[in-house]
Write a protein that binds this ligand. Structure first.
Ligand SMILES: *[C@@H]1O[C@H](CO)[C@@H](O)[C@H](O)[C@H]1NC(C)=O
Ligand SMILES: *[C@@H]1O[C@H](CO)[C@@H](O)[C@H](O)[C@H]1NC(C)=O
Ligand SMILES: *[C@@H]1O[C@H](CO)[C@@H](O)[C@H](O)[C@H]1NC(C)=O
Ligand SMILES: *[C@@H]1O[C@H](CO)[C@@H](O)[C@H](O)[C@H]1NC(C)=O
Length: 601
């Protein structure tokens, strides 16, 4: 039975946490006073004995000036080492695979892939309950699921499955489809998947040939006034088309999340056109910068300007922020303009979007909604809504802090405080807190997090509404006995697990593996379809769960891959050699031959 918005969080732990924090902030003073009193007493009553002791103490402190503050810090449980984490314990786990858990993830992948292969091989999408496939368009499939899954098979060492999938690509894959496909999805899933398979297979040319064929079909979408690509592409006609709903608009995420794929293809082929097209998009975005430094979710494809629309780290803009950092990493830290754009954006995120929930002080990122006033003025209203998408951001911030926010390369695992700049420390702390928040939103009946979470703010008026007021966060519109809102679903998304993987790699802290294992078990329990495959569940707060007949392709390309990597050792895809695209397709870091002509300041 759903308890939806009538969520009562674990009040007790939260009530405890607040006073504790206040106390620890105050206590050093308090105890110093007590120490003085003790010393006075000592003097009065045991003068003779105490003089040599005090003399000794005085000399000791003179020789070891930090001893007193260290002792105080140790007493109050502050981190006494200069590290973000527990040295000695963390880090060691990195070199050891958790074989049992890793293999359980491989079994889950087989359960998903083999059901798809049995029932729907070659169709774009899979419906595990009706055991049937479907295609994105009437024109026929484009290998959506096969291509999205193939690098995961290579990483997991599933040789036989891999050979069959490769054979399908050789015999059946055809991009000559007279229909419109999403430019963004086609690039991140198919172009990204093919390039990753090319690299991981040891340069099997079949993948590069297919990647070039696909990229050449997509390229005409960039022929617009602003250079921003059109949303849709007809692969047979080799022509871009606008989005049906909003013909002039493109989303920031869809134009700014093609760069890793086209750049790597340019590097492999030596063809500059792939590079310059996606680079001019970045130039346009840089020139369109709004005063507050944040990106609205929509841009105008003609003017190349941002259009007043929501600002958030969630859907329609998430991977813009992700790719700013990753473009800097992919080009082996040679293109400072992406670092500058990233640092600028993250500063603005901290200034405008980072908030804390009222009670447990859960850190989250808010949204800004534009409001046009009758006098024509525009103002921005804060909305405490966080998409599951935003959960990529915790890990991304942690990764960024070890790169753009580091004084040295590489930083330790976990980083020493002296290795990070002030900005780097800020991002590290925001990142770890956000990962924790995303983990905390798994506190539901199924142990899975919903698609969208709202946080409490004083102005929400909920305290008056009923006596079961949620404490820190809730699923908007969820009511017992009523059909669950869209927000209540878990659609097999990877973002929290992605952050857990990065957090584990950067800290070696086994709690991230524990959280990941718990999420994996919840997926096994609530999303698994006995006859094969995994399905969306429509309400994370309902047990037994109600399923919807769809298995998203990112289950096999992202969710299970990140879980596998979380339990594998660091030799698989080390983060200083690879950058993962937004669909978790790994691409190697390289030093480009081409330099960016636009510069950052
Ligand atoms: C499976 O899909 C095909 C083609 O879309 C359709 O004709 C058929 O009715 C579907 N079968 C079931 C059991 O849904
Ligand atoms: C999807 O397209 C592929 C390739 O054209 C085809 O083999 C398959 O049968 C189609 N699937 C469905 C469900 O129509
Ligand atoms: C694949 O190609 C790259 C150059 O693009 C080369 O550096 C690498 O050694 C090749 N790998 C294999 C396994 O041949
Ligand atoms: C990245 O640049 C460094 C020099 O700053 C170089 O030593 C290293 O080999 C480069 N890595 C790649 C993959 O090109």
């Amino acid at each position: 039975m759903s308890d939806g918005s009538l969520r009562k969080r674990k009040k007790q732990t939260e009530t405890k946490s607040k006073p504790q924090n206040e106390a620890s902030a105050k206590e050093p003073h308090h105890v110093d006073d007590e120490l003085e009193i003790d010393t006075a007493t000592l003097f009065r009553y045991t003068r003779i004995l105490s003089i040599p002791i005090l003399l000794f103490l005085g000399v000791f402190l003179y020789l070891n000036p930090s001893a007193l503050s260290d002792a105080v810090n140790a007493f109050f449980g502050f981190e006494s080492e200069d590290r973000f984490g527990t040295p000695g314990v963390s880090g060691d786990a990195l070199f050891i695979s958790d074989v049992e858990k890793r293999d359980a993830v491989v079994e889950a992948f087989k359960h998903a892939w083999r059901a798809y292969e049995r029932d729907a091989m070659g169709s774009d999408e899979y419906h595990p309950i009706s055991q049937n496939g479907s295609n994105l368009t009437e024109a026929g499939g484009i290998g959506y699921t096969v291509i999205d899954s193939i690098d995961t098979m290579l990483i997991m060492g599933l040789d036989d499955d891999y050979k069959r999938a490769r054979q399908w690509i050789e015999d059946k894959l055809d991009f000559e489809r007279d229909a419109e496909f999403s430019t963004f999805e086609t690039t991140i899933r198919l172009l990204g998947g093919l390039l990753s398979a090319y690299h991981l297979s040891g340069n099997d040319s079949i993948y590069l040939d297919r990647a070039i064929d696909l990229a050449d079909r997509i390229l005409p979408v960039f022929d617009t006034q602003s250079g921003l690509p059109m949303s849709q592409v007809n692969l047979a006609q080799r022509k871009g088309f606008p989005n049906d709903e909003y013909p002039n608009l493109v989303t920031t995420a869809e134009v700014a999340t093609l760069q890793l794929e086209f750049r790597y293809l340019s590097y492999l082929t030596g063809r500059e056109e792939y590079w310059t097209k996606v680079e001019s998009v970045m130039k346009t975005i840089k020139e369109a910068r709004m005063p507050h430094g944040l990106a609205s979710i929509y841009m105008d494809v003609d003017s190349g300007k941002f259009v007043p629309s929501a600002i958030r780290l969630g859907s329609r803009s998430d991977s813009y922020y992700e790719y700013l950092l990753k473009q800097y990493i992919q080009t082996n830290y040679t293109e400072r303009v992406y670092k500058d754009m990233y640092d600028d954006a993250i500063q603005s995120v901290h200034t405008h979007l980072v908030k804390k929930s009222p009670y447990a002080r859960m850190l989250y990122t808010s949204e800004l909604i534009p409001e046009q006033h009758p006098n024509g003025q525009l103002s921005w209203r804060l909305t405490p809504k966080q998409d599951h998408f935003v959960c990529f951001f915790g890990g991304s911030l942690m990764l960024g802090s070890t790169i753009t926010g580091a004084n040295v390369q590489p930083v330790s695992v976990p980083p020493m405080k002296t290795e990070l700049t002030e900005i780097g420390s800020r991002d590290w702390q925001t990142g770890t807190a956000l990962v924790k928040t995303c983990w905390d939103t798994h506190d539901t009946a199924t142990g899975l997090a919903p698609e969208v979470v709202h946080f409490r703010i004083p102005e929400d008026g909920m305290d008056d509404a009923n006596m079961h007021t949620p404490v820190d966060w809730y699923i908007k519109g969820a009511r017992p006995g009523e059909h669950p809102p869209y927000d209540a679903r878990y659609i097999l998304r990877p973002e929290t697990i992605e952050s857990l993987f990065i957090a584990f790699r950067l800290t070696g802290d086994v709690k991230y593996r524990e959280w990941g294992w718990s999420i994996f078990q919840a997926i096994e329990k609530h999303c698994k379809v006995e006859t094969g495959g995994y399905a969306i569940i429509i309400n994370v707060d309902e047990v037994p769960s109600r399923k919807e007949d769809k298995m998203e392709t990112f289950l096999m390309s992202e969710t299970l891959k990140y879980l596998y990597l979380l339990f594998d050792d660091t030799n698989t895809l080390p983060l200083d050699k690879y950058v993962l695209n937004t669909e978790a397709h790994p691409l190697p870091i390289f030093t480009p031959n081409i330099r960016t002509p636009f510069v950052g300041h």
